[in-house]
Design a protein around this ligand. Structure first.
Ligand code: F6P
Length: 342
């Protein structure tokens, strides 16, 4: 049995831990061979591979990024994409494919399985934690820790200079990172994509914070939008899955707050820092377990499934369930944080 592995979409701390665990268990316990496909779906599309065996995965557990490379290639928008993937799977004698990715990468795996009979098992990853079929995705915990540390550090500058500091974090459709890091870091406002924000209300919170001689920290998810208006974008180009490149709302907010309140306001955009570097212990644990369970799904011939965390159990769910609906922040959960605003 030859198993191919690919990592697609934005990189995410813990990807290497999944690869290592799947290869270790697959080789040691089941006697499988492995092939790595480079750069997400570009690998099987263009036939670009890397050797994947036990020596190749030694020492990668704490390493960020992915030894396989990643991309946002969508084979369904490439000419003869499915035919080319099939030819390359035959050429490299691949019997099964483990696809590690978010909604786009897993969406492709689900379609390749359902419509073309390609044998895929999915592993969910995204720092955004917005896949509904799993309680957590790895990468999220690391991103929250990085963002929380940044907020802690920004408090000191905010207070020394009595400035408003706006911290823009990732979160395209879901405000999980903003909510968790904002609560953990003691933010005075948390703005998420699920709830449109009111700039007058934010300015009210800023002013009330200054009245008690403290400087406010505003945490905003990149996908958050004002009540009257659209997403604030610096760049409107689309990737091959049709997503715009976000970022810009933090800068816009700081300018508006400064203009309306007369208080100096600055922005820190955490960007890819949140996805970089070594995974947290939780993410290594989760990613390792996902890798072990993914190779078990291959052994059981349970294709068209994805591994998922439910409580403390790793279970299998249909791949389609991973992409059916995004897991967004519940209004009740967001309302809990409101006691700290202002
Ligand atoms: O999907 C994960 C994510 O980190 C989003 O939060 C963010 O919008 C996007 O990736 C950024 O992707 P890229 O690095 O390709 O611009």
């Amino acid at each position: 049995m030859r198993v191919a592995v690919l990592t697609g979409g934005g990189d995410c701390p813990g990807l290497n831990a999944v690869i290592r665990a799947a290869v270790r268990k697959g080789v040691q316990e089941y006697g499988y061979d492995f092939t790595g496909f480079r750069d997400g779906w570009r690998g099987p599309l263009e036939g670009v591979t890397v050797p994947l065996d036990i020596p190749a995965v030694r020492g990668i557990l704490p390493r960020g990024g992915t030894i396989l490379g990643s991309s946002r290639t969508n084979p369904f928008s490439a000419e003869n994409g499915v035919r080319r993937i099939r030819e390359n799977l035959d050429k490299y004698e691949v019997d099964a494919l483990i696809a590690i990715g978010g909604e786009d990468t897993l969406g492709v795996a689900a379609r390749l399985g359902d419509e073309y009979g390609i044998r895929c098992v999915g592993v969910p990853k995204t720092i955004d934690n917005d896949l509904s079929a799993t309680d957590y995705t790895f990468g999220f915990d690391t991103a929250v820790n990085i963002a929380t540390e940044a907020i802690d550090r920004l408090h000191t500058t905010a207070e020394s200079h009595m400035r408003v500091l706006v911290v823009e974090v990732m979160g395209r459709h879901a405000g999980w990172i903003a909510l968790h890091a904002g609560l953990a870091g003691g933010a005075n406002a948390i703005l998420i994509p699920e709830q449109r924000f009111d700039i007058d209300q934010i300015c009210g919170w800023v002013e009330s914070r200054f009245k008690i001689r403290y400087a406010p920290i505003v945490v905003v998810a990149e996908g958050a939008m004002p009540k009257d208006g659209d997403a604030v974008l610096k760049d409107s180009s689309l990737d091959s899955f049709g997503h715009v490149r976000l970022s810009g709302v933090g800068e816009w907010l700081a300018k508006e707050i400064e203009r309306r309140t007369g208080k100096e306001a600055r922005t820190t955009v955490l960007g890819h820092v949140q996805r970089g570097g070594t995974p947290s212990a939780f993410d290594r644990w989760l990613a390792t377990r996902f890798g072990l369970h993914a190779i078990d799904a291959v052994r059981d011939g349970d294709f068209g499934t994805m591994v998922a965390l439910r409580g403390t159990q790793v279970v299998r769910v249909p791949l389609a369930a991973a992409t059916a609906k995004l897991k967004t922040v519940d209004p009740g959960l967001y309302a809990e944080a409101g006691v700290f605003f202002g």
